[in-house]
Structure formats: structure tokens, C-alpha cells
Design a binder for this molecule. Structure first.
Ligand code: SAM
Length: 321
């Protein structure tokens, strides 16, 4: 079992299989192309899988594939199948913008993928274009329908922003609810790659707006999920992810692996250790040592909202959010 210095059990690995993305979401990525990690520096799926086996053998039981946009990486279904075949009971999930899901959902499900989280920040084509930098909404919505049709469990993520999509939180909640998908509103996290003038919406304001439309009770936190949950009178549950609150880190059970092989103990901080060299050399003992050191040095808290300012230099498209 992997236990960090604050007695948190680390059993959740998030893998960003590519930093590349087909969207340029204003809150995540700069608009202009920048220097991508060259393809030859990425770990192959076989190499990533070698490290996954190490983490699973040490107690990881939940794996999320993310990015960038994970569906941009070819043969993702084969990678998913490798993980599934190694341990079918792993809670195997993916976070995606859904743009390419229409043609891939069935294959991913057949390979062993259980759940997906889909980013839906708006239901208005023009706003989707503004946020993502291109006309994406129709493909996204068709992708979601296809995922539901093939039997994947789907959750919706929405990042509410002032003067952008805050006025749509009820519409996106209703869209999700109608389709049996729970929704989590993610507070915008300041980071140096986002557009400078973005203004996020914090949970008190979100809750006030939701309370104008619904009655709900506060369920608090559930296991190690970072989400603060609320249940509406009719039983529908929604969540708010509040990285600015202390509780966000108290039960953090996750570490993150980038496509290059950097193992990151916290979403906020720059610190990371590479497993690439040991994995490429077939040095499993070395990779296990790096894993244990990263878990040991996992910080107690992020610094969003802390004394040192509220921005992170970590790119979400690199860590997978
Ligand atoms: N491309 C995929 C997607 O769109 O879901 C996966 C990668 S994306 C980086 C993962 C998650 O991070 C998304 O739900 C996105 O909304 C969230 N995210 C990215 N930048 C964020 C920010 N600055 N604040 C809050 N959430 C952010």
C-alpha cells in the first residue's frame, strides 16, 4: 500500500497520455501553438503499462486516462485493454472533451473502459466556439449520446466563468440530469496558461444561483472524491470541486503521470520525478523507488488561495487536470 507523509493512502493514478489537444479552452491552454513535447520523448503505451503494473502491484486501484485530449492518441483502446487485462477490477476511467467519442465509444467500452467524465461548459454553439476556439458543440453532444448508448457511465464537468457560461449552470445541470449523468461544477483554478481576464465563480455564488431554482441538502464529501456533494429534493446529486478549500487536499489519494514519464505528486506544484529512465531500462526496482519517493514527498496542500498567491505554473493540459 502507498501511504504518504500525511497518512493519506495513494491508490489513484491519473495518466495524461498526451498534452496535445484539439481544443484551446481559454481556462486551460494558450491560443497560439507552442512547443509540444516531441513525439519521440513520449513513453509508448508498452512503457506506460510497465509502470502501471508497478503502481497496481503497490496498491493503485483506480486509473484515469486523461490529457490533453486522450482520444488524440492512436490505439487508446489497446492501451485500455492492456490495463483491463492486467486487473479487470481496476476502476478504469477517462476524462475527455468528447469531440472524438462518436466513432470510438464502443471500442473503448469493449476494451474495458468503465466510466468517462466529459467536459461540457456550455450548450450554446457560439459560447462553445469562444471557449474552445472552434466550432465543437455538435460533435461533443453526439459523442456524449454515443457513450451513453454503448453503456458507459458518464459524468459531466463544467467550469463556470463570469461573463461566459455562469448563466448556463441550470441548463447544463438539467441537460445532465435528463440523461442520468451527474454533474460537477469545477471552480476555475488560476494558472499561468489561461487567458488573463478569466473570472471564475466560487462555490457560494454557485450555490446561491442553484438555490434560486432547487432545494437541496449538503451531503459533504464522499470517500476520497474531491467533490463536495449536494442532493436535490428529487434525489439528483451534483457536486462542486473547491480547490480553494482545505478539504480539497485532506483526502487526496492521487498522483499524476505525464506522457513523458514525469510523476507528479500534486496538481498545483512544479515538483515531479521522472520514471522514464528506469522504465526504458527495464529497471522495475528503480521505478518503484521513484514511485515511493513521489508518494513520500506529496505536499500536504495545494496553494490555490494560500498566502503565496493563487496561481499555478503547472499546465492542466500536461497533468490532465
Ligand atoms: N481534454 C479533456 C477534457 O477536456 O476533459 C481532458 C483534459 S482536461 C485538462 C481535464 C479537466 O481539467 C477538464 O474537466 C477541464 O475542465 C479541467 N480544467 C482544465 N483547466 C482548468 C482550470 N484552469 N480550472 C479548472 N478546471 C480546469
Amino acid at each position: 500500500m502507498l501511504i504518504d507523509s500525511y497518512d493519506r493512502v495513494v491508490d489513484y493514478l491519473r495518466i495524461s497520455v498526451t498534452e496535445r489537444c484539439n481544443f484551446r479552452c481559454q481556462y486551460c491552454m494558450p491560443e497560439k501553438p507552442f512547443s509540444w513535447v516531441p513525439k519521440e520523448n513520449l513513453l509508448t503505451f508498452e512503457e506506460l503499462f510497465e509502470f502501471i503494473k508497478v503502481t497496481v502491484d503497490e496498491g493503485v486501484n483506480k486509473i484515469r486516462i486523461t490529457g490533453g485530449e486522450p482520444l488524440l492518441r492512436e490505439d487508446l483502446d489497446k492501451f485500455i485493454k492492456m490495463i483491463y487485462d492486467y486487473k479487470p477490477s481496476i476502476d478504469l476511467a477517462m476524462t475527455t472533451n468528447a469531440f472524438l467519442l462518436k466513432g470510438t465509444a464502443q471500442r473503448l467500452k469493449d476494451a474495458g473502459l468503465k466510466r468517462i467524465n466529459v467536459s461540457i461548459d456550455t450548450l450554446l454553439p457560439k459560447v462553445a466556439q469562444d471557449i474552445a476556439g472552434k466550432d465543437v458543440l455538435q460533435n461533443v453532444l453526439e459523442g456524449v449520446d454515443e457513450a451513453l448508448r454503448v453503456g458507459l457511465k458518464v459524468k459531466v464537468n463544467m467550469v463556470p466563468m463570469k461573463n461566459m457560461n455562469f448563466d448556463e449552470i441550470i441548463d447544463v445541470l438539467e441537460y445532465s440530469k435528463k440523461r442520468g449523468m451527474s454533474i460537477r461544477f469545477i471552480e476555475y483554478m488560476e494558472n499561468s496558461f489561461a487567458k488573463a481576464d478569466i473570472k471564475g465563480v466560487k462555490s457560494p455564488e454557485l450555490l446561491a444561483k442553484l438555490a434560486e431554482h432547487y432545494k437541496f441538502s449538503d451531503d459533504g464529501f464522499d470517500g476520497s472524491s474531491p467533490s463536495h456533494y449536494y442532493t436535490m429534493d428529487d434525489g439528483y446529486r451534483f457536486g462542486i470541486i473547491e480547490p480553494y478549500e482545505d478539504d480539497f487536499c485532506k483526502k487526496c489519494n492521487r498522483i499524476r503521470l505525464t506522457a513523458e514519464g514525469n510523476l507528479i505528486p500534486c496538481l498545483y506544484f512544479d515538483e515531479a520525478m521522472s520514471i522514464a529512465k528506469s522504465i526504458k531500462a527495464g529497471d522495475i526496482k528503480g521505478a518503484t523507488e521513484v514511485l515511493k519517493e513521489v508518494v513520500r514527498t506529496k505536499p500536504e496542500k495545494n496553494r490555490w488561495g494560500g498566502e503565496d498567491g493563487e496561481s499555478s505554473n503547472r499546465a492542466f493540459y500536461e497533468t490532465g487536470g
